[in-house]
Design a protein around this ligand. Structure first.
Ligand code: GLT
Ligand code: MN
Ligand code: MN
Length: 396
């Protein structure tokens, strides 16, 4: 790695954090908070100092549940002042539809229509807050949208109610004249035993059934794909290929565990390397241009100073991996192995891009020797070792 490379984060990197991430005081199901809650305005100042560009929030990260209108307006005014003082923006806003006991059996998928109505109205207020703060994206994470027992309802009803609520909110948003994108975030379980629409793939299929599917995309999270052992790289690639990657939650996770929300890159560094390579653009495909959001929190061992070490670590790791990925892609040996595997001297690939009588006839006439094709090795051992060596910093 060249001596001049500087992984210090800067506003142009479009790094963002949620108030709930750096503000996480370290409570877990087995013990209370271990560090003071950093106030929203202090978070804005701290993130700006650390080199972040944006700060995201749930309605109740900023405004306590049930606050009076006057109190709300005061809090929002103070927060806006902090944003302007520290040159920070709010790229994304979301609604807490999981903490209050009213949502114990779901929000948009609750069997009780009054709870669904309460959830939709709470989301409307949160979207208004987002618009007031100039957010462009609204995330929906349905933490309580699930069951412990499927005796509770027919899952098809839950999916229908989820759709109705989102259709309502999309139409209302359009009716207000606002140009917003909705990003749906999947998670397979926790806090519910099973959460509906468990993966980014489920969400992508569901989105196509929405009335205003064009304004809806996904917000994949590393930990949520990795918990059940799925590939975050593939989930994100499918979303990008469908032009549906509207937001991303970057963090780290050991497969099979509870949602750890660890510092980006701190587990499965190779997965993070290939994810960053994908996001930054590789193999002649375009990059993702949206926010690089970190949905993670510091270890419970940390005090407030450790929280800032955590935040800086997420951003530095992203930048270092982006530089390593670019160097890997530029390596002539890497390019040669890829070119050998992708070579198509007879233009066979073009016969498969669409069906026609002529393509059918050309396909039928092809001489294809399966044994000869099968005999060829792909050199992925060498290719992957090159990736490892870039990752370990001993090459390029
Ligand atoms: C919550 C959850 C995250 C979601 C946040 C947005 S809230 O912390 O664990 O994955 O992205 O609602
Ligand atoms: Mn998330
Ligand atoms: Mn998570």
């Amino acid at each position: 790695m060249t001596d001049s490379f500087d992984p210090s984060p800067a506003a142009g990197d479009r790094f963002s954090f949620g108030l709930w991430t750096v503000g996480n005081p370290g409570a877990d199901p087995f013990g209370p908070a271990v560090r003071p809650r950093i106030s929203p305005t202090e978070i804005v100042a701290g993130l700006s100092k650390a080199g972040a560009w944006g700060v995201n929030l749930h309605d109740n990260d900023l405004i306590p549940f049930g606050a009076s209108a006057a109190k709300r307006d005061q809090i929002v005014a103070d927060f806006k002042q902090a944003l302007s003082d520290h040159n920070m923006i709010v790229p994304m806003a979301t609604t807490n539809l999981f903490s209050h006991p009213v949502f114990r059996d779901g929000a948009f998928t609750s069997s009780d229509a009054k709870v669904r109505a309460f959830a939709v109205r709470k989301a409307m207020r949160a979207i208004e807050l987002g618009v007031e703060l100039n957010a462009k994206t609204v995330v929906f994470w349905g933490g309580r949208e699930g069951v412990e027992t499927d005796a509770a309802r027919d899952c098809r009803d839950a999916i229908q109610w989820f759709r109705e609520c989102l259709d309502f909110l999309c139409a209302w948003t359009k009716d207000q004249g606002w140009d917003l994108k909705f990003a749906l975030e999947a998670k397979p379980n926790e806090p519910r035993g099973d959460i509906y629409l468990a993966t980014t793939g489920h969400m992508l299929a569901f989105i196509e059934t929405l009335e205003h599917s064009e304004m809806c995309g996904v917000n994949p999270e590393t930990a949520h794909e990795n918990m059940p052992g799925l590939s975050m790289v593939h989930a994100v690639a499918q979303a990008m290929e469908a032009n549906k990657l509207f937001h991303i939650d970057l963090n780290a996770q050991k497969i099979g565990r509870y949602d750890q929300d660890l510092r980006f890159g701190s587990e499965d560094l190779k997965g993070a390397f290939f994810l960053v390579r994908l996001l930054e653009g590789t193999c002649n495909r375009p990059a993702y241009t949206g926010p690089r959001h970190f949905d993670a929190h510091a270890y419970r061992t940390e005090d407030v100073a450790g929280v800032w070490d955590f935040a800086t670590g997420c951003m530095r790791t992203y930048k270092i991996l982006a530089a390593r990925a670019k160097a890997f892609d530029k390596d002539s040996e890497v390019q040669q192995i890829l070119a050998d595997n992708h070579a198509d001297p007879d233009g066979v690939g073009s016969m498969l891009t669409s069906y026609s009588a002529s393509n059918r006839d050309q396909l039928e006439a092809l001489q294809l020797d399966a044994d000869a094709m099968a005999a060829k090795g792909h050199r992925y051992e060498r290719l992957d070792q090159l990736a490892q060596e870039y990752l370990m910093g001993v090459r390029g």
